[in-house]
Every structure is written in structure tokens, then in C-alpha cells.
Design a protein around this ligand. Structure first.
Ligand code: ADP
Length: 168
């Protein structure tokens, strides 16, 4: 039986912290699907298609990882993809309360699905998509915080016309 894990999130955009969690999960599971949530209510900077394309390019070197998008109930998507586990990242105690609540609710909705928490490398614990967007918006250097393709896309998105064309 193939062990499939789903790593859901907004990924607006993918950071090196997310990527660190993906790499760790890829060692434990036969296949990891990075599932990008539509999340229109969060008014994402990147469209769903852009976020999926950015993840796909950044994980191209990991043969057992792919990106997909989903809308609606996560547990239904997990079951539809025949996965048994949800992967979530824990950066600090501040993440814990929300993640704990989410994991228990998902277990209530489908008790066959387990949530696995992974801690990123300590140097990535301060990283969030929100903070990276804020730094980029203010003209700060985001090298080392996001994959190269995400950096290019962010610069292009925030200063159209001033960086190389963003092609995905
Ligand atoms: P969401 O909107 O679902 O929180 P995110 O894209 O912000 O989506 O995060 C997806 C998952 O990745 C969450 O479990 C979050 O805690 C985790 N995560 C976010 N940033 C990091 C990071 N720097 N290191 C490890 N995990 C992270």
C-alpha cells in the first residue's frame, strides 16, 4: 500500500520553511501532495494557479512530491486522494493551539486520518508567508527565505516591470 501524505496550506507564497517540512515529509512517505487551498477569504497575493505553479517548480527536484489545489473540506480531499495523513508544520508554541484544534476537528470529521506535525530547521522557525511578503513589499532582501522562483515572482508581483518577466 502506497503511503500518501497531504500537506495543506495557503502557500501564499511557499517559503523555505514550508519547503523544509516538505523535504522531511518526503523521506517518511511514498508520496507527498502539497495541497494549496483556495482561501479567497484571506485575499491571497498570488492566484491559486500561481501558487500551485510556484510550488511545482520549487519541488521539481523531489520525485515523490507534487502540488495540487483543493477547495472545500480538507478531510474529503484527503480521502479522495487515498491519503492517510495530513502534514502540518509547527514553528513555535504560538502555532500549537490552532493546529491542535484543527487536528482534533479533522479527526472528528474522519477518524481514519492522522495529522503529523513536523518542526522545521530552527533557522526557519521565524518564517511566515505574511512576513516574507511584508519584507518584500518594503524593499527588503528575501534571499534565503524563499526558493529562487518564488523570489522572482514576488519581485515581479510587487514591482511590475522592474524584474525579469515571471513565467510559470
Ligand atoms: P495556513 O493558511 O493553512 O496556515 P500556510 O501556508 O500559512 O497555510 O501554512 C501551511 C502549514 O505550514 C501550516 O501548518 C503552518 O504552520 C506551516 N508553516 C508555515 N510556515 C512555516 C515555517 N516557516 N516552518 C514550518 N512550518 C511552517
Amino acid at each position: 500500500m502506497k503511503r500518501i501524505a497531504i500537506y495543506p496550506g495557503s502557500f501564499d507564497p511557499l517559503t523555505n520553511g514550508h519547503l523544509d517540512v516538505v523535504r522531511r515529509a518526503a523521506k517518511l512517505f511514498d508520496s507527498v501532495i502539497v495541497a494549496v487551498a483556495q482561501n479567497e477569504s484571506k485575499h491571497p497575493l498570488f492566484s491559486l494557479a500561481e501558487r500551485v505553479a510556484l510550488v511545482n517548480k520549487a519541488v521539481a527536484h523531489l520525485p515523490n512530491v507534487e502540488a495540487d489545489s483543493f477547495d472545500g473540506l480538507l478531510v474529503e480531499y484527503v480521502a479522495a486522494r487515498k491519503a492517510k495523513a495530513i502534514v502540518r508544520g509547527l514553528r513555535a508554541v504560538s502555532d500549537f493551539e490552532f493546529e491542535f484544534q484543527l487536528a482534533l476537528m479533522n479527526r472528528k470529521l474522519d477518524e481514519n486520518i492522522e495529522t503529523i506535525f513536523m518542526m522545521p530547521k530552527d533557522t526557519y522557525t521565524f518564517l511566515s508567508s505574511r512576513i516574507v511578503k511584508e519584507i518584500a513589499r518594503l524593499g527588503g532582501d528575501i534571499t534565503g527565505f524563499v526558493p529562487a522562483n518564488v523570489q522572482t515572482a514576488l519581485l515581479k508581483k510587487l514591482k511590475p516591470g522592474k524584474s525579469d518577466a515571471y513565467k510559470e
